[in-house]
Design a protein around this ligand. Sequence first.
Ligand SMILES: Cn1cc(-c2ccnc(-n3ncc4cc(C(C)(C)C)cc(F)c4c3=O)c2CO)cc(Nc2ccncn2)c1=O
Length: 265
Amino acid sequence: KDHWEVDPEELTLGEELGCGQFGLVLEGRWKDMKVAVKMIREECMSDEEFKEEARVMMRLSHCKLVKLHGVCTQRSPMCLVFEFMENGCLSDYLRAKKGCLSQDVMLKMCLDVSDGMAYLESSNFIHRDLAARNCLVSQNNEVKVSDFGMTRFVLDDQYTSSQCSKFPVKWSAPEVIRYCKFSSKSDVWSFGVLMWEVYNEGRLPYENLSNAEVVESLNAGLRLLKPRMAPDAIHKLMEWCWKEKPEDRPSFALILHELGYLSDL
Ligand SMILES: Cn1cc(-c2ccnc(-n3ncc4cc(C(C)(C)C)cc(F)c4c3=O)c2CO)cc(Nc2ccncn2)c1=O
């Protein structure tokens, strides 16, 4: 048995946590740990793809990435066993805590995400759908990056082609919308939008614009405005993440350094 195989006998399943992209996600217990068990519907992912993905994700291990404990491939449906993140997704958490989050807490959230993303960048791994909805919050309010790279397995082409309704245009860099050119620098663009979400307590970016109007506005050089709660230095960093040319944007290593400096002030 591969070391990443979880013995289904050791897994107990509980309440439903939600319905993710690939099917049900259940709360569960494994080796005296609380876990989140993601069932993978066959039509979403082939077995071989799934095992290859598991191998890759098992190798990516960092305190600010949601940990994959292992996989269950001996049964159908196959499932991924993750560390449990008590407070659910960051976007819901921000909205639930509206009015209660301090600037320091917001800065720490952005720092946590940039820490995880700097690790992915150094591992040459592209997230492809970084947003507050794809980050999770732990019991002690730490934020971790989730579902990195998983868009490659989405068969629903409403997600994958940029003209379609479900494509996350409002988080996508211009080169991704135009040519599907993903890179760590397009993840940096998305991180700028994530910072805007955090300092706006989970509000939807460009909430009055359609995806097509967002593209027009970006082409006209317009960008999201400074959130009331965001210090100037944070807004400057957001705008740097939204430079038209990928090479003009900062790396996550630099963003991590910048946010670390601001949090030590
Ligand atoms: C690990 N984990 C996962 C989830 C959880 C539950 C439902 N859907 C999801 N999601 N959310 C988003 C998501 C996104 C994708 C893209 C390919 C990037 C589009 C692919 C997915 F497969 C998922 C998924 O499965 C998650 C995220 O993978 C919830 C947890 N925790 C809680 C706690 C309290 N209330 C709710 N959830 C938790 O600890």
